[in-house]
Design a protein around this ligand. Structure first.
Ligand code: NAD
Length: 250
């Protein structure tokens, strides 16, 4: 198994891509902690993992809270003894043009997507150092690489921040054998994109911009995250894994 003996924490693991990663990680031998605001959904993922013979834990976490992160990491280490892998996956989206965005709109998205990634990384590093190393995977977006008219300035800015925060942390902690990489999914069929996929016009417009001609599935991204979590990627740090159906190749 590709994650045998490892302990992983996944923020936003109650649904969407985070849930797919939690299930896949557990199948590959990891003990998995899920941190999310959605308690019912998160506990269901934990049940699914347990029914399949794996070990998992749900922790209620708001990724914008530093003390929340400290409690979440402590609960994970308390239950499973250590921390090897962190996936900073929790995120929120927004739409709008610069002039329509309020300071509150800006702060909400930056706080979850950018500050949440910083706080998760900060809380995980001491435990990873204690474990002799680790792998941190920060979920950015294809919209952290290029602009797009139908998203929002704060989403692009937050995902661009995740991309370069990743490189800064990768360089600072390489000597501790802590690897930090970013993942850049394109449009993926998750609850986050449900409204857009339900509207035929928006669906057609989106799919016509994806060279592979479809939305990605959560598993398409989870396989890439699994690779970065495993020792198979042991010479990779500070890199960007793009899983976008060809969106940014155009
Ligand atoms: P989703 O909305 O289906 O799931 C996101 C999860 O994050 C939810 O369970 C939600 O409760 C949790 N979350 C949100 N705010 C939180 C907070 N403050 N504290 C703790 N948990 C919180 O989204 P998804 O599509 O699975 O997206 C996962 C990640 O991938 C996000 O960072 C998103 O920005 C990114 N992404 C998504 C797409 C896409 O097309 N779906 C594309 C590129 C990048």
């Amino acid at each position: 198994m590709r994650l045998e003996g490892k302990v992983a924490f996944i923020s936003g693991g109650a649904r969407g891509m985070g849930a797919a990663e939690a299930l896949m990680f557990a199948r590959e031998g990891a003990k998995v902690a899920i941190g999310d605001l959605l308690e019912d959904e998160g506990r269901k993922v934990v049940e699914q993992i347990a029914e399949a013979g794996g070990q998992a834990l749900f922790v209620r976490l708001d990724v914008t809270s530093e003390s929340g992160w400290q409690r979440a990491v402590a609960a994970t280490v308390g239950a499973f003894g250590k921390l090897d892998v962190l996936v900073n996956n929790a995120g929120i989206r927004a739409q709008g043009r610069v002039e329509d965005v309020t300071v509150e709109d800006w702060d909400r998205v930056m706080n979850v997507n950018a500050k949440g990634t910083f706080l998760g990384t900060k809380a995980a590093i001491p435990e990873m150092r204690r474990a002799g190393g680790g792998s941190i995977i920060n979920i950015s977006s294809q919209l952290g690489l290029v602009g797009n008219a139908s998203s929002s300035p704060q989403y692009h800015a937050s995902k661009g921040a995740v991309r370069l925060f990743t490189k800064a942390a990768a360089i600072q902690y390489a000597k501790d054998a802590i690897r930090v990489n970013s993942v850049h999914p394109g449009p993926i069929a998750t609850p986050m994109t449900e409204a857009g996929r339900a509207d035929p016009k928006r669906y057609e417009k989106m799919v016509s911009g994806i060279p592979l001609g479809r939305y990605g599935e959560s598993e398409d991204v989870a396989y890439g995250v699994l690779f970065l979590a495993s020792n198979e990627s042991s010479f990779m740090t500070g890199s960007e894994l793009v899983i976008d159906g060809g969106w940014t190749a155009q």
